[in-house]
Design a protein around this ligand. Sequence first.
Ligand code: PNS
Length: 167
Amino acid sequence: MTSSRKKVLAVYPGSFDPVTLGHEDIARRTLRLADRLLLAVAETATHSKSHMFSVEERVDLLREVYRDDERVECVSFSGLLMDFARDSGAHCIIRGLRAVSDFEYEMQMAQMNRELWPEVETVFLTPDAPLSFLSASLVREVATLGGDVSSFVSPLVMNAMKEKLLA
Ligand code: PNS
């Protein structure tokens, strides 16, 4: 039987500094709902943070992680997320929702984004419970202070962090 269902393109935007196992878990769950996934590193984040990797380095790391998955494309974007989503032909925006503390920020962004471009829905996915405390900013901080973050990032990200911290 041939399917006439339209192919769903999801955009998962974020800072991904660096991509963690929490992000990878959300991406894996997204691919249960969508046919294609665009992992989009924002050049402008709503909350400004200190960065470990440049935008280009973050995109490169994502590309390495998803090297073997042709459903996934990794890019950066500048300007408004909703302009990028519209120009990409996306059907939905994916955001991970870990805890109540994420809720207010995520709701604000989702509502603002809907005002900017109502054709695209924001979909919240929850990570696997053991990953629900994980954040890239904590991973950066712990790694910078010499802690072991190898259970929170993939081995290739771990190596990139080690190199970055030795540089
Ligand atoms: O991983 P983060 O840092 O929580 O991701 C936040 C991100 C990148 C999704 C958000 O800052 C964003 O969408 N930035 C692009 C600029 C934009 O559209 N800002 C208005 C958001 S309502």
